[in-house]
Unconditional design. Structure first.
Ligand code: HEC
Length: 114
């Protein structure tokens, strides 16, 4: 492979990486969530039932995801005690992707895959 072609291939690789990084993925959420059972965080099936729609969840995300607005943490003391853990994840992964994140959660519940 010539030097120029190698550079072009490398540049294309970088473009792919940055395109992936800017899209929302449920991958990191799997460390603490599953669709149908509680892990560190609540089962997404229960989350979806409590919020009712992706729009309703996106609205709470866009409002800053305040603990008192969270349907699970505001009603379940066990999870309220761990709300700060989820706040860190919200700031790192969901902020700026509120609609995509809410849609991805409901999609995962529908398909059973996250
Ligand atoms: C390090 C562990 C961890 C990771 C990673 C994580 N969560 Fe959570 N999540 C929690 C915990 C603990 C709770 C319960 C506390 C709470 O509800 O605020 C929770 C609660 C939630 C809730 C319900 C909030 C409520 O109380 O109504 C949603 C929605 C949620 N997580 C979405 C996500 C999404 C989307 C991701 C991936 C971008 C994610 N979480 C990644 C730990 C995590």
């Amino acid at each position: 492979m010539g030097k120029t072609l190698k550079l072009v291939v490398a540049a294309a690789g970088l473009l792919t990486i940055s395109a992936t990084a800017s899209a929302f993925s449920t991958g990191p959420c799997k460390a603490c969530h599953a669709v149908d059972h509680d892990v560190v965080g609540p089962a997404w099936k229960r989350v979806a039932e409590k919020y009712g729609s992706a729009d309703a969840l996106a609205k709470v995300f866009k409002g800053g995801f305040k603990v008192e607005d969270r349907k699970i943490a505001s009603t379940e003391p066990k999870f309220k005690a761990q709300a700060a853990l989820m706040t860190g994840q919200f700031n790192a992964l969901i902020k700026g992707h509120e609609d995509d994140a809410a849609k991805a959660l409901f999609e995962a519940v529908k398909t059973g895959k996250m």
